[in-house]
Design a protein around this ligand. Structure first.
Ligand code: GAR
Length: 202
């Protein structure tokens, strides 16, 4: 059975969707541990409630060594890393060692509203200010860049007149919760083939 490390920085609603989908039997995998780059976030409570081991690798403490610290916590213990609202950037050895084995969810239709500094509510603010009519979420493989890796799947959300960042975020999150579990399912069932920048579902 696939063993997964889930990395978080905040509320953990995407983590909760994974937990629920494992409990319902939709996903046949185990969350080995949840690691937060910030202490005190609600995602850690969700993990503890589900009986999952938790760690805090505080970005303020580890700074440039954060990714190496995370690697030391999971090395040899997990098959896949899922970034579920993890707002630091993974870099260095962990990316090499987990090549094509790190999945991220981003709250826009990549390549729009992505890259450094584009996370959480800022993404939805940018989408509203730009005036896009459709936004959504993207699940992708993590490479050396920020939000640049091959795309596994995307789900769309219509932007409504009068949407605020918060109302849009709420509707996009509903799609994220489905998209992340669908992508993890494809991955752990061996249905994803990465060829250069493209992913084929087989
Ligand atoms: C989600 O919208 C996720 O896509 C986003 O942070 C939120 C976390 O929510 N991630 C990024 O912006 C990464 N660039 P959650 O903690 O409730 O899952």
């Amino acid at each position: 059975m696939y063993k997964i490390a889930v990395l978080v920085s905040g509320s953990g609603s995407n983590l909760q969707a994974l937990i629920d989908n494992i409990e319902s039997g939709f996903l046949n995998c185990k969350i080995q541990c949840v690691i937060s780059d910030k202490p005190g976030v609600f995602a850690l409570e969700r993990a503890k409630k589900a009986g999952i081991d938790t760690y805090v690798a505080d970005k303020k403490e580890y700074k440039d060594e954060l990714s190496d610290k995370i690697l030391s916590l999971i090395d040899g213990k997990v098959d896949l890393i899922v970034l579920a609202g993890y707002l630091s950037i993974l870099k260095g050895k962990i990316i090499e060692q987990f090549k094509n084995r790190v999945i991220n969810i981003h709250p826009s239709l990549i390549p729009s509203f992505m890259g450094n500094g584009m996370y959480g509510l800022k993404v939805h603010k940018a989408a509203i200010e730009y005036g896009v009519k459709v936004t959504g979420c993207t699940v992708h493989i993590v490479d050396e860049g920020t939000d640049t890796g091959p795309i596994i799947l995307q789900r769309t959300v219509t932007v409504l007149e009068g949407d605020s960042e918060e109302t849009l975020q709420k509707r996009v999150l509903e799609e994220e919760h489905k998209a992340l579990s669908e992508a993890v399912k494809l991955y752990i069932e061996g249905k994803i083939k990465v060829q250069g920048r493209k992913i084929f579902v087989i």
